[in-house]
Design a protein around this ligand. Structure first.
Ligand code: ZN
Length: 579
């Protein structure tokens, strides 16, 4: 299959009359320059860096190679998001008008001509509506066509077609032969060869053996398309440098949540914080044993303690640097690895610090009742994000539906991401309360826990409910309002009803995990449709947040210094302001 290259997406679009009409309809609603600048201002420019002075010269060389490889990853993700992205980017770079520069700036934040905070509204004239299947599937293929084709395939082929690391292209045949599976190492061959070369150079410079092994195996994976060994090696990385680079998250595939977007987080360890957080690992089985679900759905033996890393971000690229910035993640996503090895949690502490100070505190002053505002704390914010990552590893994952061994992700299809995010959020409130009740966490945390979550929910819903985290939060917000745990006051501010919040949290944890355990796609869809919406009272509060940034636009100062140590700060600023 390696030699076969199907028609490109751009060629198909060019001959499709329907697409042309779509373009005209979009042009009418493209925001003007002033509006676009306002949209861009929602991302507060923020310097993200870390102290690298304790690293050896060769470790700084490792980081520099990894940043170079990340820039390739950035370009790959751009192409994955839409086949027209690269040519549109070149057009925008050439456009010297004020409107052109504003569009370029916002294009780079969104990695495409659609505003991720605004239901993917088009902001560049001539761009089509955002394709739900990104550039992973043929532009003109319907979901029903693809599903029919996938179901017609023999088992082994279906696994490849629905797997993380392939795109679906037009085939030569008709009917069931209408599509073909193209693995990433063929589709992105040239870029992956270059990235693999940089990873090998970094491996040669690295002194930490576990880092050497990961970089070598990940370079191999780029060329073989078999990521298993390198995912396992990633779980075992120790030492100062903590890189995550490759195809991982499926959020950009809104059609099926099957295909992995390329991304990269180049980070360095925060050893003291990592040690502090590792103690939570000892509590996981006890939390699993107390999950408010049918005991048959609980996992009697969770895998060995999975590693937790608290790091500071040096550079992020691709799927990891588009729209809203990731504050923490849990990888790998491949169930073969998580079943045997568990998953590693990585918390981006400097990114979280920036978000708490620039966004969450200002939001809490607007949406919370005055008496509640003092209860917002970084400790609660940080702990919730940590436990959110832990909770992704708990609850149902590998399940049996009608006697068939399958996974929650496969059964929930495009509904899986939002439901999984909601599960991690709500069950982490449950888990933290459990640890407070046990005395593992201080009782003083209870007061700030729910109030900080409430303020944080507004931050997430502002991301847009077309995105998994935002939609997941909307489900929780509405469920807890209906349960009386969150209350809207007459003046439009929100407060926590301390007598009812715990019961609401337990009930929603039970509902979501039971849907997952039963692989009940219809129930998942119904829950998301009923509750994954922004209601009037919430919208009113959101409307009062004008002027508070929605997220940060990172400027990676440590990476700039690393790649260009001789440049003066003023030169670096000039270079940065061009992009
Ligand atoms: Zn999550």
């Amino acid at each position: 299959m390696r030699t076969f290259r199907p028609l490109t997406f751009a060629m198909l679009i060019g001959t499709c009359a329907g697409s042309v009409m779509m373009v005209r309809a979009q042009e009418a609603s493209v925001p003007d320059t002033l509006k676009l600048r306002g949209m861009t201002a929602r991302f507060a420019p923020t310097e993200i860096g870390a102290d690298l002075s304790k690293l050896s010269a060769s470790d700084r060389g490792v980081l520099a190679r990894l940043i170079e490889a990340s820039k390739i990853v950035d370009a790959l993700f751009l192409r994955q998001a839409w086949a027209g992205n690269e040519s549109m980017l070149l057009d925008l770079v050439k456009d010297q008008t004020a409107a052109g520069r504003a569009r370029l700036h916002y294009f780079l934040i969104n990695k495409g001509p659609w505003s991720r905070l605004d239901h993917d509204q088009t902001f560049v004239p001539g761009a089509p509506a955002k394709p739900a299947g990104a550039n992973y599937y043929p532009a003109d293929a319907t979901k029903a066509d693809l599903e029919r084709w996938m179901q017609s395939l023999p088992e082994a082929d279906r696994v490849r077609a629905t797997g993380f690391f392939s795109v679906i292209r037009r085939g030569r045949g008709t009917g069931v032969g209408a599509f073909t599976v193209v693995p990433y190492n063929v589709e992105y061959q040239n870029e992956l060869m270059r990235a693999a070369g940089l990873l090998r150079e970094a491996a040669a410079l690295a002194s930490e053996p576990t880092l050497k092994i990961f970089l070598t195996k990940r370079a191999d994976a780029f060329l073989s398309n078999d990521y298993y060994d390198s995912d396992v090696a990633w779980m075992e990385i120790k030492g100062a440098i903590e890189p995550t680079i490759g195809p991982y998250e499926v959020y950009e595939d809104e059609l099926f949540n099957y295909k992995a977007g390329f991304e990269s987080f180049i980070t360095v360890q925060d050893a003291a914080e990592s040690a502090k957080l590792a103690k939570f690992g000892g509590e996981l089985q006890d939390i699993e044993n107390h999950l408010p679900i049918d005991p048959a759905y609980r996992n009697p033996t969770l895998g060995a303690l999975a590693p937790i890393a608290v790091v500071n971000e040096i550079f992020a690229a691709g799927d990891a640097n588009r729209g809203v910035q990731t504050a923490a993640f849990n990888l790998p996503n491949d169930e073969r690895v998580t079943r045997e090895k568990g998953a590693k949690r990585v918390m981006l502490k400097n990114v979280q610090d920036a978000k708490f100070a620039k966004i969450l505190l200002p939001i809490s002053k607007v949406v919370l009742a005055p008496a509640d505002q003092k209860d917002v704390s970084f400790e609660a914010f940080f702990t919730h994000i940590l436990v959110h990552e832990l909770m992704h590893g708990l609850g149902p994952h590998n399940i049996t539906v009608s006697g068939r061994q399958t996974t929650v992700r496969q059964e929930m299809k495009e509904a899986s991401s939002a439901l999984e995010e909601a599960k991690a959020d709500i069950s982490s409130l449950f888990a933290i309360q459990h640890m407070i009740d046990k005395g593992v966490l201080p009782a003083s945390l209870e007061r700030s826990l729910y109030t900080t979550f409430l303020a944080s929910a507004f931050r997430s819903i502002r991301f847009g409910i077309n995105e998994a985290h935002g939609r997941g939060i909307a489900i929780q917000m509405n469920f807890l309002l209906d349960a009386g745990g969150f209350v809207v006051r007459p003046d439009g501010t929100f407060t926590v009803d301390r007598a009812r919040i715990k019961e609401g949290v337990t009930a929603l944890t039970r509902e979501i995990m039971t849907i997952q355990a039963q692989g009940d796609y219809a129930k998942a869809k119904a829950l998301a449709e009923r509750l994954g919406v922004v209601r009037p009272a919430v919208q009113k509060a959101l409307d009062r947040l004008t002027g508070v940034p929605v997220d940060i636009e990172p400027r990676f100062t440590a990476a700039e210094r690393l790649l260009n140590p001789s440049a003066s700060p003023a030169t670096r600023r000039r270079v940065a302001s061009k992009s």
